[in-house]
Design a protein around this ligand. Structure first.
Ligand code: B12
Length: 324
């Protein structure tokens, strides 16, 4: 998430009129989302983030490292109406990331940048809703692009639960999903009844905690980003400390270890040996990729987030490790 500009102070337009049939509208939203290929979809009513205190504890403990945007937009995460005035509900969706084996690029970043793909499909959902909604309704599509506690809203919309690795896990599919939302000032009916957000569904399993190469998962659901290899390879700017560099073990972008060991991801979709071509990048080539070549290759990929210098830094560390 970056570049968010708060829409406060004050709403700029009147709220949407009440829909005649909120249940039907919600069903339409969910059905359209599923028809478009999202693997899970649900509507949550409300605006206040119940997990905000937990988010604040994460920041106060400094676990966010140098991700200053989380601190800057912290207050906005309290409530959806800081993002869309008069927000009353959100359609939450999950999209499965491409299947395939392991590699030095995290699965979610392979292929088309999910930010574009999810946004495009959520806009199609909005177009469908507009046909059935009363005139004057407002919508805002978010895909990791606004200060929304996406995992909490997904749980409350009934998409799944958050496991000990901190990931939203969709029953029957697993955690290799990315999330998006449509916020609206329409009073949509919630589609989930009893929402159980507990991690009890992980039972006694500690696979993610025990296998994280840097012990970044301090406790169930508590990820210390400063040690997380996803943070170090994607979000951290500037050089690694020698300790950090030794943790990378050849990763170039992101890390999936805490998901790969999760029994909820044990299906063939994720364990098959064949890898997508974009699963691994050549460290030697990446170590000398200039800015223009980076932009050309990753301009429409989530890998762009690492910045050219960040990717070169990661690649240099991988090259140094193998002594090539
Ligand atoms: C900052 C960030 C990171 C940081 C910090 C990660 C972290 N665990 O906090 C870093 C860079 C390390 C990171 C890594 C990754 N990220 Co990231 N990240 C984010 C971002 C932008 C904010 C997350 C955040 O606020 N963290 C702070 C903690 C405290 O908040 P939280 O994780 O949401 O935890 C809250 C909920 O779990 C809530 N909760 C849980 N259950 C319930 C139930 C109820 C009823 C309630 C009320 C609340 C509640 O309680 C917690 C505290 O409030 C989100 C997008 C977004 N806007 O939300 C993507 C996001 C979480 N990331 C995503 C992905 C894909 C990843 C990686 C897998 C990428 C990779 N392969 O390298 C890793 C996974 C690491 C991990 N195990 O979490 C996806 C996760 C999808 C999923 N299935 O969960 C998201 C949602 C982006 C997206 N739109 O798809 N990420």
């Amino acid at each position: 998430m970056r570049g968010f500009r708060s829409r406060r102070p004050g709403p700029r337009f009147p709220p949407a009129p009440l829909p005649d049939d909120p249940v039907d509208l919600s069903r339409r939203a969910v059905r359209t989302a599923l028809d478009l290929g999202f693997v899970a979809a649900g509507v949550v009513a409300g605006t206040a983030a119940e997990g905000w205190a937990g988010f604040r504890t994460f920041l106060d403990g400094g676990l966010h490292g140098e991700m200053q945007y989380l601190e800057r937009d912290s207050e906005a995460r309290r409530s959806l109406d800081s993002i869309l005035p008069y927000a009353r509900a959100a359609l939450c969706v999950a999209r499965a990331v491409p299947p395939g084996g392991t590699g030095n690029v995290a699965r979610y970043a392979r292929g088309e940048d999910y930010h574009y793909a999810v946004r495009r499909d959520l806009k199609a959902v909005v177009a469908s809703l507009r046909k059935a909604a009363p005139a004057g309704a407002h919508f805002r599509v978010c895909v990791d692009t606004a200060p929304v506690l996406e995992r909490e809203w997904a749980v409350r919309a009934g998409l799944g639960f958050v496991g000990k690795n901190g990931m939203l896990i969709v029953p029957g599919l697993g955690s290799h999903v990315v999330l998006g939302e449509v916020l609206t000032d329409l009073a949509l009916a919630p589609t989930a009844t009893a929402v159980d957000g507990s991690w009890e569904k992980c039972g006694g399993c500690r696979a993610c905690l025990d296998s994280c190469p840097t012990s970044a998962i301090r406790a169930p659901r508590v990820v210390d980003a400063r040690r997380c290899l996803s943070y170090l390879t994607i979000e951290k700017r500037g050089p690694f400390t020698p300790g950090e560099e030794s943790w990378l073990e050849g990763r170039l972008f992101g890390c999936d270890d805490c998901q790969d060991v999760c029994p909820y991801n044990a299906g063939p979709r994720w364990s098959e040996a064949t890898s997508a071509p974009e699963a691994s990048l050549d460290p030697v080539g990446m170590a000398s990729l200039d800015d223009a070549a980076f932009e050309e290759r990753f301009g429409h990929s989530a890998v762009r987030r690492s910045t050219p210098e960040g990717l070169r830094r990661n690649a240099r560390a991988a090259v140094a490790r193998t002594g090539v």
